[in-house]
Design a protein around this ligand. Structure first.
Ligand code: FRU
Length: 524
């Protein structure tokens, strides 16, 4: 049955129809960003796992392409990565004539998990396989020698491959998980087809569920010329900091063989698998995101000068129940069958020294800024404006617009709530409490919440350095809120499904307070 499409994002990628989960094979190649993704081409629920495909010149305008790697009867195509192989190390370009444009062929190689079902040679196992493209990602061929790495395991998945070049030599490295054992395994290869075991990392950090979708990359330490560290990303489901699925990270050294985390401090503990409802485990900053909806985040390969990540903006707790694919026949703007899930905005990550540790900061890469919302109370950076106690309306944004709110509070401010009001008694509440050093997002009254018992929730995140002031950068799209605080040291992403036809932005505090910056702009 057709459904209303009110929740289709304006500045985030979502498939035209049917199911999507993890980003896969993120690669920048010959001027084009490729986003592959876990996709069910025939229903808005998980199943028939195949790699969907979208391309973009700028990470914001995406064009959906035909399914890149389809599942077969006994093989599902699970998560993985793509690398360009300009040296033809795998030999996939042997004998290939130059492309129609006369350009030399550079093979793209997808490394993915084959999840074999009953009827396959290896029923019930997960092993790593290859597919390649000789036409810059348009069409894909499975490697005849698949799988290329098989340990007879039922939970061996999500290979992330990168080119290592360092003191130990130059070769391909694969990070891949033994999901149930909380281990990331590292392998090396000279040709992408034969892999030798290097080492493994874990158990460590948060282990309330299975480990999935690892990534490993090197970053410069900001402000310390010549110094770098390696970052190991590990997604976790369930057991994430806000309940359900979440993404943690470790910082350390990688010598080409072994990853060593430099910080013995445990990741923020999460006891039960439920939404964090208070100041639990807010000591460490080892979560990429403190919200409910940022999972399976991995980085692009082929981007030289910066590290850009993208995550799936949902949570395994309720992903299959979100109200973008329910029947609501005959409505205007209807999409037969609907779609499920969007990706986060791309985020540039950087590494900083803070509180005696190395921590990641994230900066959303923003789509076109269409200027201030008309009639919004704006305040340039550095200016100051006093607001009375109680609620002050600062802007009004019609439905269907994506927008950004930037806000700064000086040192000594009282607790203050940014209210995203979408109806009578309906809204999402983003609260900053400088004294407690906490940021919370309450979506219990944000609109449609009862489609799943685990959806209504309140998320909490630390606000490091809040005593010196608070800076918020919030991006709101049709069904999502991505909040970045303290220049990206903290990120918090949540889905919301408002019923109302506009968003009224209000600021609320118990005492009069001063704003140091306020800007509301339209995006996309
Ligand atoms: C993570 C995940 C991966 C797996 C894929 C299957 O969300 O469970 O571990 O490869 O989804 O769709």
């Amino acid at each position: 049955a057709p459904v209303r499409d009110d929740y289709r994002p304006r500045v985030h990628f979502a498939p035209a129809r049917n199911w999507m989960n993890d980003p896969n094979g993120l690669v920048f190649h010959r001027g084009v960003y490729h986003l592959f993704y876990q996709h069910n081409p025939s229903a808005p629920v998980w199943g028939n796992m195949s790699w969907g495909h979208a391309t973009s010149p700028d990470l914001h305008t995406w064009t959906e392409q035909p399914v890149a790697i389809p599942c077969t009867e006994h093989e599902a195509i699970f998560s993985g990565s793509v690398v360009a192989d300009p040296g033809n190390t795998a030999g996939f370009a042997d004998g290939a004539a130059p492309g129609s444009d006369g350009e030399e062929v550079i093979p793209l190689v997808a490394v993915y998990t084959s999840a074999y079902s009953e009827g396959a040679d290896r029923p019930g196992t997960q092993a790593q396989s290859l597919a390649y493209s000789l036409d810059d990602g348009a069409t894909w061929t499975k490697h005849a020698g698949n799988p290329v790495l098989d340990r007879g395991s039922a939970n061996f998945r999500d290979p992330k491959v990168f080119r290592y070049a360092g003191p130990a030599g130059e070769y391909w490295v694969m990070a891949v998980v033994e999901a149930e054992e909380h281990r990331v395994l590292f392998y090396a290869s000279d040709n992408l087809t034969e892999w030798r075991y290097l080492s493994d990392f874990g158990p460590a950090g948060a282990m309330g569920g299975v480990w999935e979708c690892p990534d490993l990359f090197e970053l410069p330490v900001e402000g310390v010329p010549g110094e770098t560290r390696w970052v190991l990303i590990v997604s976790l489901n369930p057991g994430g900091v806000a309940g359900g699925s979440g993404t943690q990270y470790f910082v350390g050294e990688f010598d080409g063989v072994r990853f060593r985390a430099e910080d013995a401090a445990p990741a923020a503990p999460v006891a039960a698998d439920g939404p964090a409802q208070g100041a639990v485990g807010l000591r460490a900053l080892d979560w990429l995101d403190w919200g409910r909806d940022y999972y399976a985040a991995v980085s692009f390969s082929g981007v030289e000068d910066r590290r850009v990540m993208l995550g799936w903006m949902s949570n395994w707790d309720y992903a299959a129940a979100t109200p973008t694919a329910a029947a609501d026949s005959g409505a205007a703007g209807a999409v037969p069958g609907g779609w499920r899930s969007a990706m986060s905005l791309p985020r540039e990550v950087s590494l900083h020294r803070a509180g005696g540790r190395h921590v990641l900061a994230q900066r959303p890469l923003l789509p076109e800024d269409r200027g201030p919302v008309r009639g919004a109370a704006a305040l340039p950076a550095g200016a100051s404006r006093s607001l009375p106690a109680g609620r002050t309306r600062v802007a009004r944004v019609p439905r269907g617009e994506a927008f950004r709110v930037r806000l700064a509070l000086p040192a000594g401010s009282p607790a203050c709530t940014l209210r995203l009001v979408t109806g009578e008694d309906e809204g999402a509440l983003l609260r900053v409490d400088p004294d407690a050093g906490m940021l919370t997002l309450d979506r219990t009254g944000s609109g449609l919440t009862d489609f799943h018992g685990l959806f209504a929730s309140v998320e909490a995140a630390p606000l490091p350095g809040a005593e010196e002031g608070v800076r918020l950068d919030v991006i709101v799209d049709a069904c999502s809120i991505e909040a970045f605080a303290q220049d990206g040291l903290v990120a918090l992403t949540d889905l919301v499904f408002p019923r109302g036809t506009e968003t009224v932005l209000e600021l609320e505090a118990e005492a009069p307070f001063a704003l140091a910056e306020l800007e509301v702009t339209l995006l996309g």
